[in-house]
Design a protein around this ligand. Structure first.
Ligand code: DCP
Ligand code: CA
Ligand code: CA
Length: 364
């Protein structure tokens, strides 16, 4: 599945200032040259109704929202990155394998988790939506399909708060009527070229002679377009680069701040993480807890160890320390608790440390 957050930067702004929710919200990259010079980064769906679009000059967006009580805000990447990390922490726990693409979307391979059952996948996606909404007050759009290509196009086809499932037997009837630029990799130029060949829909592209296609677009691109139009894609979901972390998160049976109760859960999560990283013979150097309090705020606390270790007792001990520290800083009960280990290195190998995707030393 592909999970994409709706109108991300603008929605992030709405979460820290709910009073702007019922107004058009436009997030801008100000160039600083003159008061309104710069471009629109994104806007909420209300602003989009007035014709505001990403990339549009700010003055043009202001014109479209003339005499409307609209909110214009500058981009705050640090804030969006922080929210993005929290979202990814949640999403990651639902996947067999996980691949973040960009700040606000990720692929989740859930093949094993759902035993290839699209109904189970549908339920899982609903859980994910509920979880992201309850924890962070954000909506997202999810596409489910037999491969990444279909999942991505499915997620794009219904927004905001969208949900689109395309089963293997429904791939062609889903794809064929769509305009060609809905295919990943078909930009303005390619679209024009295809149109000049009489190709307007993905179905027409699929039916087009494959050899002619490669003679126009070259071998690599031509065969990609041909296969993609048929809905074929076998790219695996894989975290890019060396960065990686393993985490598990779980809802507590009851809201609580009882240390031993919470520890029995974290011990269980540590066991699960341990078995996952043991298979890959990984040592870890960073341990974190993710605590979601009853006010639905997501907190993370982490510790970086002196040396990499693969010792589960150390993992549990650090989790205990971090939990004790966290509980001493809050009065609230915990609703959910998670454990994450990161900064991996391969055991008995050259000990080249892998840098974690998530900054390990940060805590709030
Ligand atoms: N972004 C940007 N400039 C663009 C496109 C996007 O600065 N031309 C930033 C702002 C977006 C974020 O990237 O919030 C994610 O991009 P998306 O394409 O996913 O768009 P949104 O999340 O804003 O909207 P949607 O609800 O259509 O996904
Ligand atoms: Ca988005
Ligand atoms: Ca996106």
């Amino acid at each position: 599945m592909l999970v994409d957050l709706d109108y991300f930067f603008a929605q992030a702004e709405e979460t820290r200032n709910p009073a702007i929710r019922d107004k058009p919200v436009v997030v801008c990259v100000y160039s600083g040259r003159s008061e309104d010079s710069g471009a629109v980064s994104t806007s909420n769906y209300l602003a989009r109704k007035y014709g505001v679009r990403s990339g549009m000059p700010i003055f043009m967006a202001k014109k479209k929202l003339e005499n409307v009580d609209a909110v214009f805000l500058p981009v705050d990447h640090d804030f969006y990155d922080e929210i993005s990390r929290k979202v990814m922490d949640i999403l990651r726990t639902y996947a067999d394998s996980f691949e973040q693409v960009g700040v606000d979307e990720a692929f989740l391979d859930v093949t094993q988790k759902t035993e290839r059952d699209f109904e189970k996948a549908r339920k899982l996606a609903e859980e994910i939506k509920d979880d992201v909404r309850a924890s962070l007050n954000l909506t997202c759009s999810i596409g489910i399909g037999p491969n990444k290509l279909i999942a991505k196009i499915a997620a794009d086809s219904q927004k905001p708060d969208g949900f689109t499932v395309v089963k293997p037997e429904g791939v062609q009837s889903f794809l064929f009527p769509l305009p060609i630029d809905r295919l990943i990799g078909v930009g303005v130029k390619t679209k024009e070229k295809m149109q000049s060949l009489g190709i307007n829909t993905i179905g027409e592209l699929a039916a087009y002679d494959a050899r002619k296609l490669t003679s126009v677009f070259g071998k690599r691109l031509g065969s990609y377009f041909h296969n993609a139009a048929l809905g074929l894609d076998d790219e695996p979901v894989a975290e890019k680069g060396e960065a990686e972390s393993v985490s598990r998160i779980s809802t507590l049976k009851q809201d609580t701040r009882d240390m031993s109760f919470i520890l029995s859960k974290t011990d269980q999560l540590c066991d699960e993480i341990y078995s996952a990283i043991q298979k890959q013979q990984l040592s870890f150097k960073a341990v974190a807890i993710i605590a979601i309090t009853t006010d639905m705020i997501v907190h993370a606390k982490s510790k970086t160890l002196e040396n990499p270790t693969s010792d589960m007792e150390i993992m549990k001990q650090v989790v205990k320390e971090l939990l004790a520290k966290f509980l001493s800083e809050t009065q609230l009960d915990l609703r959910r608790i998670g454990v994450r280990v990161a900064n991996f290195s391969k055991e008995q190998s050259t000990q080249k440390p892998l840098t974690s995707f998530i900054e390990p030393a940060k805590s709030d």
